[in-house]
Design a protein around this ligand. Structure first.
Ligand code: ATP
Length: 215
């Protein structure tokens, strides 16, 4: 690992399935910031979405296949091992205990997820454990409801370096390669018997075909 790198970024999601929107965002984060790693963290049971029709283990396998192309990416299976409802607060608290009090921990969310933050379990506590890095997503604008606007204004970093100077507590927004890809679009194309080429890595495409997923 090059010297000067610090901080662990985690990108939670259902990854049903993982696609190039997730993967390119993770690579953009690695290229743009001096974090040590980006961990993809698939949930066991999404709290705000329908239960996926594929197993948690299959989603995890697809994440493992997806990150293979870049050694700087990691997978963190803790929510799948833990089972039950996957509350981000619990996960960040666990990660904080493991990383110690000093290491910057950065929770990465797309703009759509950030807009829904006020519906998350104990959302105002999340900054005790981590920073929040909000990444742009085509089709989603930063139109915050008042509680989120207040939260953002109170905690936003003045400078990007603040994410690496403190262990937690700041919010930063960043725009990266705009890729209008979603897992729902991939599932819909599969259901319609259409190609998902170039939306997901070839390894994922083969996995989906081999296991007849999303029919
Ligand atoms: P679905 O279509 O089933 O709702 P999704 O494509 O939003 O799924 P998730 O696994 O729920 O995928 O997303 C995990 C995280 O990645 C979220 O924070 C989401 O905002 C972000 N994300 C997903 N796709 C993109 C994208 N194309 N660009 C930027 N961020 C993304």
């Amino acid at each position: 690992m090059p010297s000067g790198r610090c901080g662990t970024a985690v990108m939670g999601g259902t990854f049903n399935p993982i696609h190039h929107g997730h993967l390119r965002s993770a690579v953009d984060i690695l290229e743009h910031f001096q974090f040590k790693t980006v961990r993809m963290l698939p949930c066991f049971q999404p709290v705000h979405k329908d239960q996926p029709e594929v197993t948690a283990d299959q989603r995890l396998q697809m994440v493992e296949l997806g990150i293979q192309a870049d050694v700087r990416l990691e997978v963190d299976p803790r929510e799948i091992i833990r089972e039950g409802a996957s509350y981000t607060r619990d996960t960040l608290q666990e990660l904080r205990q493991e990383l110690g009090d000093e290491e910057p921990l950065i929770m990465v969310v797309g703009m759509d997820s950030f807009l829904s933050l006020p519906t998350w379990f104990h959302w105002q506590d999340l900054l005790q454990f981590a920073h929040i890095l909000v990444i742009s997503r085509p089709g989603w604008e930063p139109d915050f409801i008042s509680s989120l606007e207040e939260f953002y204004e109170k905690h936003r970093a003045e400078h990007v370096a603040e994410l690496q100077c403190a262990p937690a507590g700041k919010i930063w927004m960043e725009s990266f390669t705009p890729l209008a890809i979603s897992s729902s679009q991939v599932r819909k194309l599969c259901r319609e018997g259409k190609s998902i080429a170039y939306l997901v890595p070839e390894t994922i495409q083969r996995f989906i075909e081999a296991h007849s997923l999303y029919k």
